[in-house]
Structures are given as structure tokens and as C-alpha cells.
Design a protein around this ligand. Structure first.
Ligand SMILES: Cc1ncc(COP(=O)(O)O)c(C=O)c1O
Length: 369
């Protein structure tokens, strides 16, 4: 019988994630699987924690990759922090803010939201006014809103939240490795990300970091963390200290991949990586302008790694995406929720953000339009 894997067509991944994976990461993932308590593997785990602290710009001891995709990171943040009746404020301007609201609500938190128009950023002045009137245990925000291509002002919001004593949760799924992430300077207490966006590793792990203040809340819980798999108080015993107690079998080869991806990012250097994303974004913007395609988001709030563009009038957007995939082997993303049919989402994440890829997409788009 034919093996389906023999017929996978290499695709240029220029959607909202996953992004193109470094060959070195594929090679790393094909290395021999070690036991999850093998001392050599534990050395790799320890190295990953150091790499993650560097890319996140944090000194937090509790920094590790959770097994699962970015949504597992989101669940980890809230399931470990929230106890029934805790007051949570979620700042929403897209699909992933909505998901955060849903996750916190399912845990019995009293969730308030401030919602901003999709395609525009969260406004610090509105948040400041609101925080004068209401107090919260946790405030959550998405740094890079993948559904709209908007960069939220997480530093300004963090400065406001810090004055209230609430814990500050920031989703960096699409930002880590693409634009600067400075967890400690943001006064961020919980940060989570994903491997398949600007880190250019396949999907499957979610790096998270908890501040001492967040850890304190976890330690003082009156009730057990309601999810066994994501309970950091148990997982910590595997990732830290001398005992290294079994919790669940770590996804060994995924962790090799993450180690290699972080090694690639750090070898290139974070400033150079961010510069490359910005330059590729400018190159794409210029090319799209020549094709008469405009951006959905105002220039000052655009994410270089996720370009939301308005579908030109009269264009069958699904047909263009299908042709790009079938004929040119390029994937771009459609709009989500209320933006379905209105925008395309063009990703320039991690290893995808290269001039040859931008040129290839522009040439293909020109033919499709
Ligand atoms: C901002 C943001 N948060 C969370 C997620 C969820 O991540 P995953 O799909 O890896 O579970 C995504 C995925 O696209 C995202 O873009």
C-alpha cells in the first residue's frame, strides 16, 4: 500500500502558523529518542530553560515548555492561577482574547472584558480608567493578536496593572522570536507562547514562564489545580531540583526540536532576528502596494510577522488561496470570525521571513489576481 507520507508536497507556510521549519530542527527531531529521565536528556531540559529565559528576557526560575500547543499554555496560565470567584479582566481585540475569556470563565472566575474594535489596539487610557473603578486578581492580554495582525501595547498596560497588584498574563504565542518580548520589564507574571510561529519549530510545545508572584498565588491555593496534566506544582518536580520525579512522559524529540530552534534564534541574535522580520515586512508591504493591496491595520500597530491585508473588491478570496496552494504550493491564511472573507493573513514568521519567500509569494499573487 502507498505510504501517504511519501507524497507530502513541501509547502511554503506563509499563513498565521505553522511557519517553515528550519532543516536543522527537522534533523534534531530525528535524533535518537532518549529516556525521559536519562541524565543526558535532563541536561537538554536544563539548557532549554536557560534558552527560554533569554528569549523571554526573564529571570524567572519557573520557565519551561509545557507539552501541548499554544492553547495549552493559555490553559496553564489560568488553571494554575484561578480559583473560583477570582476576578479576571481580559482585554480583547480579536479571536485569541475571546479564547482567553472562555478559558478563564470555564474555571469559575468572574470575568470582565474590555473589548476594542478588531484591527485596532487595546487602548491604555481606557484600561487606566477602568482599573480606577474595579479591582482584579488577574489581567490578561494578547501581545500579537494573530486574528487581526495587531500589536498590543503590553508595556503600557503592564505599567498600569503593576500599580494595582493584579497578576498580569500576556499571550506571546505569535510574538516570541518575532518582535521584542521583555517579560520582566513588562511586569508580566505569566507569559506563554508556542513553538510553531516565530520559533519555526513544528507545533507541539508551549513555553511558559511564571514570576515569583504568580508562583506564590499557586502555592497559596486553597483548592487543587483542577487539571492534573497542566498542574505546575506537579510538573515542577520533573523540570526542577534533584529528584526529577516522573509526571508525564516528556515529548523527547519535540524538545530536541525546540532546543535546536532556540539555538538557531540565539545564534542569529535577537536584534538581527527582529530586524529581519521588520525588513521582510517592509519588502512585502512594498510589493503588495504595487499590486494594489492595502493593509487592514494602521502602520504603527502592524505586526511584521502577521500581515492582515484587505481582500481587493471582486476577488474570490478562497479561490486565490486554493490556487496559491495547489499551483504554487504557498499557504496563506483566511480571516477568522467577523473578518472571514474580508482579510488575508500573510505570515512572515521565523524562518519564513526570507526575501526569496516574499518574492515568491508576490509573484504568485500577481498571477492569481
Ligand atoms: C495569539 C494566539 N494565542 C493562542 C493561540 C493558540 O495556539 P495553538 O493553536 O498552538 O493551540 C494562537 C494560535 O494561533 C495564537 O495565535
Amino acid at each position: 500500500m502507498a505510504n501517504l507520507l511519501d507524497h507530502i508536497q513541501p509547502t511554503l507556510l506563509m499563513g498565521p502558523g505553522p511557519s517553515c521549519v528550519y532543516q536543522e530542527v527537522y534533523a534534531a527531531m530525528a535524533k535518537p529518542t532518549l529516556g525521559h529521565l536519562d541524565p543526558y536528556f535532563i541536561r537538554i531540559m536544563d539548557a532549554i530553560k536557560v534558552q527560554l529565559r533569554t528569549v523571554m528576557n526573564t529571570k524567572n526560575e519557573l520557565t519551561l515548555p509545557m507539552s501541548g500547543t499554544g492553547s495549552a499554555g493559555m490553559e496553564t496560565a489560568f488553571v494554575n492561577l484561578v480559583e473560583k470567584g477570582d476576578r479576571v479582566l481580559v482585554l480583547i481585540n480579536g479571536v485569541f482574547g475571546k479564547r482567553m475569556q472562555d478559558v478563564a470563565s470555564r474555571l469559575g472566575a468572574e470575568v470582565d472584558v474590555l473589548e476594542f474594535e478588531w484591527g485596532t489596539p487595546v487602548l491604555p487610557e481606557v484600561v487606566a480608567e477602568h482599573l480606577k473603578k474595579s479591582s482584579y486578581d488577574i489581567v490578561g492580554i494578547i501581545h500579537a493578536e494573530t486574528s487581526t495582525g495587531v500589536r498590543n501595547p503590553v508595556q503600557e498596560i503592564g505599567d498600569l496593572v503593576a500599580k494595582t497588584g493584579a497578576l498580569y498574563v500576556v499571550d506571546c504565542v505569535t510574538s516570541l522570536g518575532g518582535i521584542p518580548v521583555t517579560m520582566d520589564s513588562w511586569h508580566c507574571d505569566v507569559l506563554y507562547s508556542g513553538t510553531q510561529k516565530c520559533l519555526s519549530c513544528p507545533p507541539g510545545l508551549s513555553p511558559v514562564s511564571f514570576s515569583d508572584k504568580a508562583l506564590e498565588k499557586l502555592k497559596k491555593r486553597k483548592t487543587k489545580v483542577p487539571n492534573w496534566y497542566l498542574d505546575l506544582s506537579l510538573i515542577m518536580n520533573y523540570w526542577e531540583g534533584h529528584t526529577r520525579a516522573y509526571h508525564h512522559t516528556a515529548p523527547i524529540n519535540m524538545l530536541y526540536g525546540l532546543y535546536q530552534a532556540l539555538d538557531m534564534v540565539l545564534a542569529e541574535g535577537l536584534p538581527a532576528v527582529f530586524k529581519r522580520h521588520e525588513e521582510m515586512h517592509q519588502l512585502l508591504a512594498k510589493g503588495l502596494e504595487n499590486l494594489g493591496i492595502s493593509f487592514y491595520v494602521a502602520p504603527e500597530y502592524r505586526l511584521p510577522q502577521l500581515n492582515a491585508v484587505t481582500i481587493p473588491a471582486g476577488v474570490d478570496e478562497a479561490a486565490v488561496r486554493s490556487r496559491l496552494l495547489d499551483e504554487f504550493h504557498i499557504e496563506i491564511g483566511s480571516g477568522l470570525g467577523p473578518l472571514a472573507g474580508k482579510i488575508w493573513r500573510i505570515g512572515l514568521m521565523g524562518h519564513t521571513a526570507r526575501p526569496e519567500n516574499v518574492e515568491r509569494l508576490l509573484a504568485a499573487l500577481k498571477k492569481c489576481l
